[in-house]
Write a protein that binds this ligand. Structure first.
Ligand code: NAI
Ligand code: MG
Length: 333
């Protein structure tokens, strides 16, 4: 049995969490959930969006599955997601986007992985007013150390997972120091991995290339902000945000989550697609070296996708979160 911290999260979080725990139970997954809270729910109930007990539990067990957390825009508390990534040094944010059977999207055969730098860039929270409501400033930080550990993790992942090519995405023509440094580190590391094809591309061009020729890409490595945006784009290529999982991985801790947020527009309506969160939880099983159980659940999910009546509306279905969950459970049996 593996002890895994479970944070249901906000908005649709509790609904997709129920789906995952039900399916894990039915599949006999060897996971013992340690339930903790964080996000807006924790803030409203306990006055703290990131309670000490939650941090201690992650500190102790080193592995967590986390539902989406609402971050208030403008004022209010700072992003708990960003804080968790920083605190546990989860420097690689890995986001696979792979076409699924029976899902209609623009392309039928997408198979991309995004490695997003997760601890610095423009997301360090160093923002301030120079003149209130008139002039704002934000600082981006790129270090050789963080760039190197992320890009090295990407090359190692490519080798271990049979990926042939790495595309580093930057904006070094304008951001000559920050993006320039990231690009320089990539070029240096590429020399150590002659077996992996390597190229770099400017981010705006990459956005167009990914929409028009996504099959030219295999593994993409980039800084925090660009990775945030391009990974949603990659989700769009395979049928939407309800379909892509993600892992935040450091040297001694890992937190798994969906790419999407708390989707307040559909919360509590039994409409949330649990697939993204499920795929994240399968990445978790892979990380725990429980590939057998992960594969069994994956096949049950693929089979459930054949019946539109059980699928959620975001992928053209007429079913619900619970009908999809029940279908997956039935396929496991
Ligand atoms: P969102 O990803 O929550 O929603 C964008 C659109 O996609 C909405 O129309 C939503 O209904 C739909 N959608 C998302 N997930 C879905 C699912 N599983 N099934 C069906 N439809 C789905 O992004 P939004 O609205 O920008 O953010 C809402 C909140 O989530 C914000 O407070 C934001 O900060 C937070 N957020 C949290 C993340 C995390 O915890 N890792 C990641 C992204 C956003
Ligand atoms: Mg995002």
């Amino acid at each position: 049995m593996h002890d895994v911290v479970l944070i249901p999260g906000d908005g649709i979080g509790p609904e997709i969490t129920d789906s995952v725990t039900t399916i894990f139970q039915e599949a006999g997954a060897p996971v013992n959930w340690i339930r903790c809270s964080a996000g807006l729910t924790a803030y409203e109930e306990l006055g703290n969006p990131l309670p000490e007990e939650t941090l201690e539990a992650i500190e102790k067990h080193r592995v967590a599955l986390k539902g989406p957390l609402t971050t208030p825009v403008g004022s209010g508390f700072r992003s708990v997601n960003v804080e968790l990534r920083k605190r546990f040094k989860l420097y690689s944010n890995i986001r696979p986007a792979k076409s699924l059977p029976h899902i209609e999207s623009r392309y039928a055969d997408i198979d991309l992985v995004m490695f997003r730098e997760n601890t610095e860039g423009l997301y360090i929270g160093k923002e301030k007013w120079v003149a209130k409501d008139k002039h704002a400033e934000s600082i981006a930080v790129v270090t050789r150390e963080a760039s190197e550990r992320l890009i090295r993790a990407a090359f190692d992942y490519a080798r271990e997972n049979g990926r042939k090519k790495i595309t580093l995405v930057h904006k070094a023509n304008i951001l000559k120091y920050t993006s320039g440094l990231f690009m320089e580190v990539g070029a240096e590391l590429a020399e150590e991995y002659p077996d992996i094809e390597y190229e770099d591309l400017i981010v705006d061009n990459m956005a167009m290339q990914m929409v028009m020729y996504p099959n030219n890409y295999d593994l993409i490595v980039t800084t925090n902000l660009f990775g945030d945006i391009l990974s949603d784009l990659a989700s769009g290529l395979v049928g939407g945000l309800g379909l892509t999982g993600a892992a935040n991985i450091g040297d001694d801790a890992a937190i798994f989550e969906a790419v999407h947020g708390s989707a307040p527009d559909i919360a509590g309506q039994n409409k949330a697609n649990p697939i993204a969160f499920l795929l994240s939880s399968l990445m978790l099983l892979d990380y725990l070296e429980e590939q057998g159980t992960a594969d069994k659940i994956r096949q049950a999910v693929y089979a459930a996708l054949a019946d539109k009546k059980v699928c959620t509306p975001d992928i053209g279905g007429s079913g619900s979160t619970t009908s999809f969950t029940e279908a997956v459970c039935k396929n496991l049996g």
